[in-house]
Design a protein around this ligand. Sequence first.
Ligand code: ATP
Length: 229
Amino acid sequence: MFEVENLQVSYGQSQVIHDISFKADKNETLAIMGRNGMGKTTLFKSLMGILPSQASKVRVADTEVAALESHKRVASGIAYVPQGRMIFPTLTVQENIETGLQVSKMKSIPDEIFALFPVLHDMRHRKGGNLSGGQQQQLAIARALVTNPKVLLLDEPTEGIQPSIIKDIAKVLNEIRKMREITIIVSEQVLSFTMEIADRIIVIEKGKFIHEDRRENVDAAMIKKFLTV
Ligand SMILES: Nc1ncnc2c1ncn2[C@@H]1O[C@H](COP(=O)(O)OP(=O)(O)OP(=O)(O)O)[C@@H](O)[C@H]1O
C-alpha cells in the first residue's frame, strides 16, 4: 500500500504540485493522466526524493519515507522508470540491469526477469544505447524490477514508442502485477494504454487532481477532453 498526503512541490517561488493526496493498494495499477506540463514528472520526481517537496505523509507499506533521501526511498521499496528511460547507453543490457541488484542484494539477475523480457536475454551483451526505444523501455523496467519494489512508478512509458510495442508493454505490466502483486503507478497521455492496465484513472491539471474514475466507469470522451489542448 502506498499513501501520499498533502504533497506540495515548488520550483523556487512557483508552486507546481498543490496539496495532492492519494492512496494506491497492493496489486493495484493507478494511471495519472494529464497534458504536457501539468506536473506528472514533478510529482514522480518528488515521490522519489529527487526533487525537494513537503508532505505530511509518503508511506510505503509501514515505512514513512517523506523525510528520506532518494536512495533510502529506493531501499524502502519505491522504484522509478523515468521519462525517456535514462538507461546507461555505454553499459551492456546485463550491466544496466545489474545496477539495480545492489539495492536488493541479489547476486545475479533472477530468471524471472528474462522470462518477462526474452528480448533482453537475447541482447544481454549489447550496449544499451544500441537498443530500440521499446527495448530500452523494457530494459528500464527490468532494471527497476530487480530492486524488488513494492511500488513501481513509470513516467510516460509509451512516449516515443510504436503502437505494437505499446501493447507489449501493457502486457508485461499486467504480468508483473500478477506475479508480484505490487502497486504500479503510471503517468500517461495515451488512454488506450491506461485502459489496458489501470484499475483507476486520475486526471492531473496544473498540479491538482481534478478527476478520478475506476476503469469500468471511465467516460473516455471526457478524459480525452482533459488530455487535448
Ligand atoms: N526545473 C524546473 N524549473 C522550473 N519550472 C519547472 C521545472 N521543471 C518543470 N517545471 C514546470 O513545472 C510544470 C510541470 O512540469 P512537469 O515536467 O512536471 O509536467 P509533466 O506533466 O510531466 O509534463 P511533460 O509530459 O511535458 O513532462 C510546468 O509548468 C513546467 O514548466
